[in-house]
Design a protein. Structure first.
Length: 373
């Protein structure tokens, strides 16, 4: 059985008519830049996240970078983040002019380990940027205690955690700002690039809103230095359709994760650990194996697509050499880079497909139930 890593075609079969109608309305209106659907999506996504403001931008990297710049974090400053995140997190810090300071991850959740934060803080530290990796919220209470003690801003990288909850709070709502990517394969994905910043801070929202549009909110009046990184109106229209289904799709991802947990029981793979006080939305279903290359080859031979997130820690990239600082050993991040496998995960994945993945990994027959799709 062929099992794709992500199946966007299956998603489109479910919502295609609504998406086409939404796009057609934009075409008919002709408001392609900062049009009606951008404003509507911003209001809807802010309400969904439980905050007052949302600013749509061109992509997740720009969301992080603009937030840092709007907070006047730049040259000579340091921002602490995870060593095992996607490179965009560190790139945003560098593009703002600051230095990424990398700390190791918790060996069970793979999120930034708050026990390592105090040792990473210096007089130059201005912010902590936790990443809600794979879809599970980071340990925000512990992070907040340390941030408050040292007067540091918290900027959430929530690019993989649309809809995830921590003690009743949505990811993105627990710092000065939360930053999202709407890359197509995300839990809430556009049909191209897109991103957003959510915040309760009115002044910060106003500054970012200007910065994304050449530093202007009134045509030909430029109050701050800015750039061009606006959420496209067509993408906003698509996101509005998908936002209405996000909770349902996240629930299906969680159901698929439970299916993997049952089917892989007894297997020597290390499966995800989910803490009781939060919800994991399983943007990725990440397992670990010391025999990763062999496992990946087995999956490929069986027609199953899998991924690695991420094969190189931030400090291992040539582009980062001499530009980042590691605060202590990164033992767990390095191990994760060698062992992690991301199994197929999307809301429409069927029980037959889950069983096919498990069978390839365990080489054992597994009971197959009726399709969920």
């Amino acid at each position: 059985m062929n099992v794709p890593f992500v199946d966007l075609k299956a998603q489109l079969e479910e919502i295609g008519d609504e998406v086409r109608s939404a796009i057609d309305e934009v075409i008919q209106r002709g408001d392609f830049i900062l049009g009606r659907d951008v404003e509507a999506f911003e209001a809807e996504f802010a309400a969904y996240c439980g905050v007052r403001h949302c600013i749509g931008v061109g992509n997740g990297l720009d969301a992080l970078r603009l937030t840092l710049q709007a907070l006047d974090i730049g040259r000579g400053d340091e921002v602490i983040t995870a060593a095992n995140t996607f490179i965009a997190t560190a790139q945003a810090i560098l593009q703002a002019g600051a230095t990424p300071v990398l700390v190791d991850c918790d060996p069970s959740t793979y999120n930034l380990d708050p026990r390592r934060l105090s040792g990473a803080i210096t007089s130059r530290t201005k912010a902590i940027m936790p990443v809600h990796l794979y879809g599970q919220p980071a340990d925000m209470d512990e992070i907040r205690v340390i941030a408050d003690e040292h007067g540091l801003a918290i900027i959430e990288d929530a690019a993989q955690a649309h809809g995830a909850m921590y003690k009743g709070n949505r990811c993105g709502s627990m710092g000065i700002a939360g930053c999202f990517s709407f890359y197509p394969a995300k839990n809430l994905g556009a049909m191209g690039d897109g991103g957003a910043i959510v915040t309760d801070d009115k002044a910060l929202a106003g500054r970012i809103r200007k910065m994304r549009n050449y530093g202007s909110q009134v045509k030909y009046r430029h109050d701050v230095d800015g750039c061009n990184t606006r959420l496209d109106t067509i993408q906003a229209a698509v996101l509005r359709v998908k936002l209405r289904r996000l909770d349902e799709w996240n629930a299906l991802r969680a159901e698929a994760a439970r299916g993997y947990e049952e089917l892989l029981a007894g297997c020597d793979l290390i499966r995800p650990t989910v803490k009781d006080d939060r919800t994991h939305v399983f943007h990725l279903y990440a397992v670990r194996s010391q025999d990763r290359d062999e496992r990946l080859a087995t999956l490929t031979a069986a027609g199953i697509s899998a991924g690695i997130h991420y094969p190189t820690p931030i400090h291992g990239h040539a582009a980062m050499r001499g530009r980042v600082r590691t605060a202590g050993p990164t033992t767990h991040a390095d191990t994760l880079a060698r062992e992690e496998i991301s199994l197929p995960m999307y809301p429409q994945i069927s029980k037959e497909q889950l069983a096919a993945v498990a069978n390839a990994l365990t080489r054992q027959a597994a009971p197959v139930g009726a399709s969920r799709s």
